[in-house]
Design a protein around this ligand. Structure first.
Ligand SMILES: Nc1ncnc2c1ncn2[C@@H]1O[C@H](COP(=O)(O)OP(=O)(O)OP(=O)(O)O)[C@@H](O)[C@H]1O
Ligand SMILES: Nc1ccn([C@@H]2O[C@H](COP(=O)(O)O)[C@@H](O)[C@H]2O)c(=O)n1
Length: 419
């Protein structure tokens, strides 16, 4: 991925747009000259040719404002648009250029009359951090133009661009902004985000207070540190408690207990803020590991792998092949975060995992309701888990009995950590 970064004031004609329809992306670009090609299917198949088409791209304002507004925008559109409007995720980016991604929505308006939609969009384009464009069929055939609804006096005002199909970029656009927006690679980067949220999230102050006296773990703990990772209900709690008893170890978790009162609040925030919160949780746990690891072995229930893998799998839209390839800098371990001696990833057949969830009495999860989508999510999390670099990492099949899994992991710990 290129290291060049771009300005957040978009020049639309240097960008590509992507609309996600039924899990697949359609790419197009606004260009000054028509290349003699039909616009993508997205435009041609507007129902009866009468749908009104718009893009809304969130830009302007600081990154917290943009993240919050993007999080609220879909709900606002679904609440306020008239019946007959379809809203699909879309983005605009400069191909393969880091930090160039701007997110938004593509709107197909099949409603009777255009005044409600146009009124709402015009208000938004003047009041909110969003750029609105409309698409117009300009001549016979499938030639479309894109027009920006810019405020009076702006340089691109009333300029029309032709819409031409564009090739899929080498790096999937959803991967362009992951670094320091979804995954944070240093304490400072995550801390900055939570600091910037102080005015809008009261719980940020208590998190910052907990971090004020943080002592960075400078030396390697004397005893082994074993992290257990895996999706929900793969048996992490069962295994970590057994390991604690079998090894006379201290059991810690990330996020640590002291962040529990704030967690539900941060879980409701957009990824930028939510992920920064979990990233900081790892640094607090690392401090605890540093202290406890001088006295006895330490077992940790979730750590950095969970933070990074869930963040990457959520940020990367579409198929698992859109994930950055193994070796990408996106999977690197933060330079200032303690590395455990061994990370054990528990994997489980999806059906068995669902049975365990059900038996535990928490079976009615969103996951089961959206099985297909979650199947894909599960695959993406597991792939991301396995690509993260840094500490020694081993995958363990968690389908045998709890005791067999324990014995297997104890054998691995003895072999790899000389315990
Ligand atoms: N090896 C095993 N065989 C059968 N059942 C198991 C096994 N390990 C754990 N379980 C059961 O599966 C359920 C989920 O286990 P557990 O709570 O340990 O998973 P978890 O990974 O910690 O889940 P979460 O991340 O959601 O807290 C529990 O009811 C537990 O008793
Ligand atoms: N170190 C961690 C731990 C958890 N997360 C996020 O929390 C969710 C899973 O936690 P459970 O308590 O339900 O097991 C998951 O969405 C992770 O994103 C994290 O980011 N970092």
């Amino acid at each position: 991925m290129a290291r060049r970064t771009v300005s957040l004031v978009p020049r639309w004609c240097s960008r590509v747009f992507s609309v996600e329809l039924d899990g697949a992306a359609v790419y197009f670009a606004p260009r000054e000259k028509h290349r003699g090609e039909d616009a993508p299917r997205l435009f041609g198949d507007a129902r009866g040719g009468h749908a009104r088409l718009y893009s809304l791209i969130v830009c302007g304002g600081d990154r917290i404002t943009r993240a919050k507004f993007h999080g609220e925008l879909r709900d606002k559109l679904l609440r306020e648009l008239p019946p007959g409007c379809d809203v699909s995720p879309m983005s605009s980016f400069v191909p393969d250029v880091r930090d160039s991604l701007l997110k938004g929505y593509f709107l197909k308006d099949n409603s009777q009359g255009s005044s409600t939609t146009e009124g709402l969009l015009r208000d938004m384009s003047q009041r909110d951090p969003v750029s609105v464009c409309s698409y117009l069929k300009c001549v016979e055939g499938q030639v479309w133009t894109q027009r920006l609804w810019s405020p009076p006096g702006s340089p691109e005002m009333s300029k029309d661009f032709y819409v031409v199909p564009s090739d899929a970029p080498e790096c999937h656009p959803s991967t362009l902004n992951i670094i320091n927006s979804d995954v944070f690679y240093s304490f400072e980067e995550a801390h900055d985000v939570i600091k910037q949220c102080g005015d809008i999230i009261p719980e940020a102050a208590s998190v910052l207070e907990l971090l004020r006296s943080r002592v960075e773990a400078r030396s390697k703990p004397d005893f082994p540190v074993i992290v257990v990772e895996g999706l929900d209900a793969t048996g992490k709690t069962t295994l970590t408690e057994s390991l604690r008893d079998a090894l006379g170890a201290t059991l810690l978790r990330s996020p640590p207990q002291c962040l529990s009162p704030a967690r539900a609040r941060f879980d409701r925030e957009p990824p930028l803020i939510r992920r920064a919160f979990y990233a900081l949780g790892n640094y607090i746990t690392a401090e605890q590991i540093g202290q406890e690891g001088m006295k006895k072995p330490v077992i940790v229930d979730r750590f950095w792998h969970s933070t990074a893998a869930y963040a990457i799998a959520t940020a990367v839209s579409g198929q698992a092949c859109n994930l950055p390839a193994e070796g990408s800098e996106i999977y690197r371990w933060p330079g200032d975060l303690l590395q455990p001696s061994l990370v054990v990833l528990l994997t489980l057949d999806p059906e068995e995992r669902k049975t365990r969830l059900r038996n535990r009495g928490q079976g009615k999860t969103e996951e089961e309701e959206k099985l297909d989508q979650n199947q894909l999510f599960r695959i993406k999390v597991e792939k991301a888990y396995q690509r993260i670099s840094g500490p020694a990492f081993v995958t363990v099949d968690a389908s045998p009995s709890a005791d067999q899994v324990l014995q297997q992991v104890l054998r691995l710990i003895r072999a790899k950590c000389h315990l």
